[in-house]
Design a protein around this ligand. Sequence first.
Ligand code: SAM
Length: 344
Amino acid sequence: ISISVIDYPALLNEYFNKFRISQAIFSACELGVFDLLLQSQKPMSAVEVAQKLGTSEDGIERLLGVLVAIEIVDVEVVQGTAFYSSTDVANLYLAKTSPKPLHDLIIYNSQTIYPLWNNLVDAVREGKNQNEKTFGLPSEEIFSAIYRSEEEMLKFMGLMNSTWVIDGHDIVTAFDLSSFKTVIDLGGCSGALARELAKEYPSSTVTVLDLPAVVQTAQRHFTQQDDTICFQEGDFFEGEIPPADLYILARIIHDWKEDKNLKLLKKIHTACHPGGGVLIAEALLFENRRGPTMVQMFSLNMLVQTEGKEHPPSHYTRLLTDAGFRDVQVCRTGKSYDAILALK
Ligand code: SAM
């Protein structure tokens, strides 16, 4: 799309104001507005909402007003009093008990990402993450910052989990993976993507390898009865990588500096059975660097939070080839994350 100079004042004004909309949604989620409206059998006045949520009447009325304006809450005025009710969008995505909950993602954005982005100027000046300034934690230990408490670990894992519950099927079907009988998801977190793979390829054995505390949390909070996957505690940088036919690296490469990624991929190549491969899931930049906008945003986010960045396909092809892999294939899924398969 090309935007004319004449369009710009209105567009810039819209961009400046978007943080207010984010904050209105974040606040409504934190206050439990969507949960209350979902549970309520009838439309509620601002006074009733304020009483139930323990807020000021004036504050909640203004917040509900914004939510109505952006069409995620509905309103009807009866004899001068506004009565608020939920919408399909809010019910489907925004309450804790929604069938496709984005609640964890919203809370994570509100309590972790937003404070980090408040230090964006310093991140750009210094070229490094802002964990120290934002949370008082060492910038080189990125997962100590992400897992700074048990509650934070659970929130992060919930966020990772929700992506693959929604988009995991597109990654595991981007290529035919049926010939890979043993699969290890390195840094597989809660196991959501591994479960999608096990569902699609029931004759494959799928193991998630992650840091001990993450595996223990996954087993306590994210496993199901008759789980289709196994968990193994480990450290992909410091420890052994067990042999397998296929390794998954989903949102791993974008966390780390290039030298660490190359070392990791070489280690995987050594452990991989002949004819096996590695499947990378990442958000890919266009080669001409003109987007996608969300991926450029992710890359800036990686600056404030990690030591890595987002890349175009050519970067992954070079990295995989340097590590000894061949036949690199790239599949843009059209969703948030894309898939790259390379063979040994
Ligand atoms: N692959 C998952 C996904 O896409 O949902 C999680 C991606 S998350 C950005 C990075 C994962 O790498 C986390 O689960 C983290 O615990 C794990 N991790 C970080 N350092 C690790 C290490 N040294 N060894 C094993 N796992 C590690």
